[in-house]
Design a protein around this ligand. Structure first.
Ligand code: HEC
Ligand code: HEC
Ligand code: HEC
Ligand code: HEC
Ligand code: HEC
Ligand code: HEC
Ligand code: HEC
Length: 408
């Protein structure tokens, strides 16, 4: 019945109308195919040529503006009076060494921030001065400084330690002759963890040659979400309703392993690069880009810069689908230990802790204090005028620590 009706209708329509309909239909198909082709998103790591920048992202994603104050965003900056936490020019601007005739001096003037090694005393003294090019570290724990020597980048001998509010020898130079402590080359992996892009100059004899032009300092939105050029074009286009995906990398729906790797590229230890720095994009297999040596279960893992290995040892992690973002929102500063203790209660109840029986809800907000205590690093060791100083870090191995039992 219906097919007969259809035949009647079509044969009675004028040919020109049919032609128009066919044309309109073809146009629609072409349009749809084009949109889908454009929309087939190929994530590309961020570069100066394809970066849109945080301010552009934030023009639409206003609720992510808190990101600009995070440790990630602030982790590598140019030196200014705002970014350098300890004054270079007044008061305590000298660091003594365990060589009585050598000391470091910090100075700041209109030409910049400088570190000077002074050898000897009075008129016979000699010195070496280098100018700060970049400030590494948001200052949560401390700051280190980099300098140019020609086209090569090196780490300066003196760092700043926030908890002690003092100058201190840069990590890893304990016992070194101060004159040699200018020689630490800055490898690309250092920038891979602390920046979004810097151009490496291939050089068979040195891995620390760079071009300053175009460097994208600190960790920007596009370091984790890849270049946002296509996404922004797409969101501003009139056809945005038609496309299947949003043309941007979003870790939220990724499988657990891929999601962990987004953080592991920087929080899984130094590793061995397999491809040049800044080629990995979130969602790909990290192992193809950098090999992270798996840790044997009895191997000691330091609290510094390997949260992934420590968390992976926790029963919470092995017995659930937990990832780093179960607790952390990287778009906001992550310093509120009480709030973070609240995350435990997404899986546990306060009653699951045997201490609840005697202490009641006094333990709420304090879960982290006992089960993820601050611990002293064994690898980040600095020299403070002859004494050894070690940085503290938050253990990501969630478990019952014997000494917390004493706090019952
Ligand atoms: C012109 C406005 C606009 C700009 C600029 C913009 N976005 Fe978006 N973005 C949107 C809209 C609209 C959505 C979908 C709704 C939502 O998730 O908020 C979205 C979604 C997203 C998503 C989730 C994607 C998904 O698959 O669900 C991510 C991640 C994202 N944007 C990141 C960024 C980043 C990073 C930048 C800067 C490089 C950026 N956006 C710039 C409008 C914009
Ligand atoms: C490109 C490298 C990089 C990636 C990717 C990265 N981080 Fe970080 N993260 C760092 C560095 C470097 C710091 C230390 C910054 C500083 O204080 O100078 C840091 C600091 C942090 C802090 C301390 C924040 C605070 O407020 O003090 C947390 C929490 C953190 N990262 C979690 C994560 C999580 C979760 C992920 C994955 C979603 C992640 N990071 C991905 C490099 C990275
Ligand atoms: C250190 C890595 C990292 C950086 C830097 C980062 N993001 Fe994200 N972003 C993530 C992760 C991981 C998720 C998925 C979170 C989850 O698992 O729910 C995400 C999710 C999102 C989403 C989608 C889910 C939501 O919460 O709406 C948007 C939109 C987004 N990010 C925008 C931004 C913008 C804008 C910036 C810069 C201001 C930024 N991101 C910087 C890692 C990052
Ligand atoms: C494999 C990634 C990685 C490499 C390589 C790396 N860092 Fe870090 N760095 C981190 C992470 C992650 C943190 C913060 C979390 C922690 O302490 O575990 C951090 C913390 C720091 C801090 C303390 C920041 C603060 O405010 O608390 C400084 C300073 C720093 N790094 C400097 C450097 C310098 C300089 C280099 C290279 C010469 C370097 N790092 C190489 C990942 C890395
Ligand atoms: C994503 C869910 C999840 C979150 C979030 C979580 N846990 Fe767990 N946790 C578990 C599971 C599952 C177990 C294993 C329980 C079992 O096997 O009976 C566990 C086990 C534990 C154990 C026993 C460990 C051991 O080695 O015997 C402690 C202690 C613990 N959690 C404390 C915490 C604390 C403190 C927090 C917050 C910092 C937290 N958990 C967050 C899921 C979670
Ligand atoms: C004052 C230190 C302290 C605080 C605060 C604390 N715990 Fe505990 N927790 C312990 C000790 C000690 C044990 C081991 C007790 C035992 O075996 O009798 C334990 C055991 C646990 C266990 C393992 C229970 C089992 O059956 O294996 C879980 C889960 C747990 N706590 C979760 C939490 C949560 C969630 C919070 C926050 C609401 C919290 N704890 C706060 C000290 C603490
Ligand atoms: C069960 C909750 C939880 C999970 C899951 C978790 N964290 Fe944390 N993280 C914390 C708490 C609590 C702190 C302490 C915050 C503080 O002291 O300011 C912290 C601090 C940090 C810091 C600062 C380190 C320091 O020594 O000060 C970094 C970096 C970090 N987390 C990275 C990660 C990464 C990467 C992952 C995934 C491998 C992860 N976190 C998973 C709860 C968690």
């Amino acid at each position: 019945m219906s097919s007969e009706a259809g035949r009647v209708t079509s044969s009675s329509l004028p040919a020109w109308l049919l032609g128009c309909a066919a044309l309109a239909f073809t146009a629609l198909v072409v349009l749809f195919v084009t949109v889908q082709r454009v929309a087939r998103h190929q994530p590309t790591p961020v570069r100066p040529a394809n970066a849109v920048g945080d301010s552009s992202c934030l023009s639409c994603h206003r609720n992510k503006a808190t990101f600009e104050q995070t440790a990630h965003r602030l982790t590598l900056r140019l030196p200014t009076r705002q970014t350098v936490l300890k004054r270079f020019d007044t008061g305590s601007n000298v660091l003594h060494t365990d060589h009585a005739d050598m000391h470091f001096r910090m100075d700041a003037d209109s030409t910049g921030f400088h570190q000077t090694l002074v050898v000897g005393n009075g008129p016979d003294s000699t010195s070496r001065t280098e100018r700060v090019a970049y400030v590494a570290g948001s200052g949560r724990k401390g700051q280190s400084f980099l300098y140019w020597s020609g086209d090569k980048l090196f780490q300066l001998p003196v760092s700043y330690w926030t908890s002690l509010d003092t100058w201190i020898g840069s990590p890893g130079r304990v016992g070194m002759d101060p004159r040699l402590s200018f020689n630490r080359a800055v490898a690309p992996r250092c920038f891979e963890c602390h920046a979004s892009w810097i151009e490496s100059v291939p050089n068979l004899t040195a891995e620390n040659e760079y071009k300053a032009d175009g460097a994208i300092l600190g960790i920007t939105c596009e370091r984790c979400h890849a270049s946002g050029q296509q996404h922004v074009a797409h969101e501003r286009s009139l056809l945005r309703g038609l496309a299947r995906d949003r043309s941007i990398v979003n870790p939220a729906p990724m499988p657990r392993e891929r999601k962990m790797e987004v953080c592991a590229q920087c929080h899984g230890g130094l590793g061995e690069p397999r491809l040049p720095a800044f080629t990995y994009v979130a969602g790909r297999r990290l192992e193809d880009y950098v090999h992270l040596e798996p840790k044997a279960s009895d191997e000691v893992v330091d609290v510094h810069a390997n949260q992934v290995a420590l968390l992976s040892r926790s029963r919470c992690f092995t017995s659930s689908q937990m990832t780093c973002t179960t607790c952390h929102d990287v778009h906001r500063p992550q310093r509120d230990v009480v709030e973070l203790s609240g995350r435990c209660l997404t899986c546990h109840q306060q009653q699951s802790c045997p201490l609840f029986a005697t202490r009641g809800s006094a333990i709420v907000g304090k879960c982290v204090d006992c089960h993820m205590p601050l611990q002293t690093s064994k690898i980040v060791v600095s020299d403070l005028e002859g004494s050894m100083q070690r940085v503290q870090g938050r253990s990501h191995w969630i478990r019952v620590y014997p000494d917390s039992a004493a706090r019952r």
